[in-house]
Design a protein around this ligand. Structure first.
Ligand code: DGP
Length: 111
């Protein structure tokens, strides 16, 4: 059973894509928390960050690099990258993804 994000990646569910390559796809979050809110999603169905193995290290590095490229593409100099791991930390879609959030002032620590 493909994940929601795999269905988006495969085009079965429409999305506003801002990046696409062999390893990942980035599209705008359906519930943006800031003027720019993009999700960078690997084509590989890793459920959550702590499922990664040593073999996934290049993929995770790639996702972070794409997050930076997307931020630049969106004209951001200051931005936040977030990976929620587990429902108790706010993860609601269990297909690993990196949030790229910016375009407004972001306080730290978050609430
Ligand atoms: P998280 O809570 O960290 O698992 O983030 C999941 C994000 O996915 C959440 O911010 C909303 C977004 N999202 C959920 N369903 C859809 C969808 O169908 N399309 C898009 N573009 N984003 C979605």
């Amino acid at each position: 059973m493909p994940t929601l994000f795999t269905r988006i990646i495969q085009g079965e569910i429409p999305s506003d894509r801002v990046w696409e390559d062999d390893l990942c796809v980035a599209f705008r979050d359906i519930h943006p928390t800031a003027p720019v809110h993009v999700l960078v999603v690997p084509r590989k169905e890793l459920t959550r960050l702590d499922q990664m193995t040593t073999d996934d290290e290049p993929l995770l590095g790639h996702l972070m690099h794409v997050a930076v490229k997307v931020a630049k593409q969106e004209g951001l100099t200051d931005f936040r990258t977030v990976v929620n791991t587990g429902a108790g930390a706010g993860q609601s879609v269990f297909h690993l993804h990196v949030h790229v959030i910016g375009g407004r002032s972001l306080s730290w620590p978050p609430g």
